[in-house]
Design a binder for this molecule. Sequence first.
Ligand SMILES: Cc1cc2nc3c(=O)[nH]c(=O)nc-3n(C[C@H](O)[C@H](O)[C@H](O)COP(=O)(O)OP(=O)(O)OC[C@H]3O[C@@H](n4cnc5c(N)ncnc54)[C@H](O)[C@@H]3O)c2cc1C
Length: 433
Amino acid sequence: MIGGGARSAEVTLPGFTHDICSAVHPFGIVSPFWKTLPLSAHGLEWIEPPVQIGHPLDEGRAAIAVRSLDATAAGLGRDRDVYKKIVGSVVRDWPKISPAVLGPPAIPRHPIALGRFGLRALRSIDRLSASAFAEDATKALVAGIAAHGMRPLDGALTAGVALSMGALGHVSGWPIPRGGAQRITDALAAHLRSLGGEIVPGTRVTSIDALPPAKIVMCDLSPRPLLQIAGHRMPPSYRRALERYRYGMGAFKVDWALSGPIPWTSADCRRAGTLHLGGTAREIALAEQATWDGTTPDRPFVLLSQPTVFDPSRAPTGKHVAWGYCHVPHGSTVDMLDRIERQIERFAPGFRDGVLARAVTTPAQMEASNANLVGGDIGAGVMDLGQFFTRPTWRNYATPVKGLYVCSASTPPGPGVHGMCGYHAAQLALRQL
Ligand SMILES: Cc1cc2nc3c(=O)[nH]c(=O)nc-3n(C[C@H](O)[C@H](O)[C@H](O)COP(=O)(O)OP(=O)(O)OC[C@H]3O[C@@H](n4cnc5c(N)ncnc54)[C@H](O)[C@@H]3O)c2cc1C
């Protein structure tokens, strides 16, 4: 099956279409490369939920992010002005800073805007929140966004995750593709085929020696599987550099077929495409830190998407699907189903009564289905300062082997369904050719 991290299938019951990996695509819709492709002509249609992010808190309260910066800020009490100032500056400067966020390391074209962003982005979200925000709801909202980075929230750069992903909610939203993530893949594949490209699915490449001769070989692989199929062609120093590459936390995923929409206590959460379930910023920080340290929190941070609220085509009439995962220690074998569902029940009592079927994917199953997901790490390697610019090595897309390139999420700009790793790798390969 083509698509890797962007696929959909009926994994619970017939007629219920679930996203196997990616579900929500803030980076996909802004991808400068994809904007140049006729993907809508090949059937890709983005749906923008009215609420981008719902972050329920106890007692029925919720922090939410909608497309409008002003409306979002207005819901954040005493933080209204400071949210508008901090997140608004990223929104305003997005055209100037996006080449740096979505590009390979390069001399900046807009150093002032990038500097303004970078000074905050390099910080931890813990510190930024403590110095900037007064409301628990704001702190929880930005902590939930930062947690997408799969690192402890007191780590450098976690503010950058919150600011860039948070700003994208206001720039172009956190959309879902009608019909599921597979539609992104199908549109890309249709375009490739229209250009004469050929795709050979169902074939595991066990050595690059088995590939037909070519001037360029692009490997959509993270370092560990890359070493397995191409290590024997690499000089020892490069092999060692790839071996030193660090993978991070894993994910434990659940797909649900539901008899109705999720009964969120907060009405705003019923209109949200993405939900962050972890309570306060402190709770989320503790859960992420524990997970990072190798222990399993009782209340994990859960990311959830409810696409059928906006796209009824993905389930039988009146029925729904939901997609969710929590972070777990690298390679964890702990069953998280009950803990994930308890976090949902906490903010949507009665959720379990509506479950028709569920499908669980453990870190080991993820890795077995896609060699890139080492230990269940859906981020293709830790995204900290040490692996941000030199991803997977200082060479980025290039390798010392002539004509061999890396183009996966283990290269800049990193994980997410956006096509920019492949785009930059291809640009380099063509220049060198
Ligand atoms: C559970 C989960 C949830 C996610 N949620 C989101 C989300 O909501 N939004 C978002 O933007 N991103 C999300 N992501 C991340 C996103 O899916 C990845 O960052 C992205 O797909 C990485 O793309 P890639 O091109 O590096 O590799 P992949 O998408 O992993 O593609 C690599 C392909 O190579 C194949 N392959 C590997 N080894 C071999 C071999 N030896 N021979 C032949 N083929 C091989 C794999 O099977 C796969 O098809 C999620 C990922 C997961 C796993």
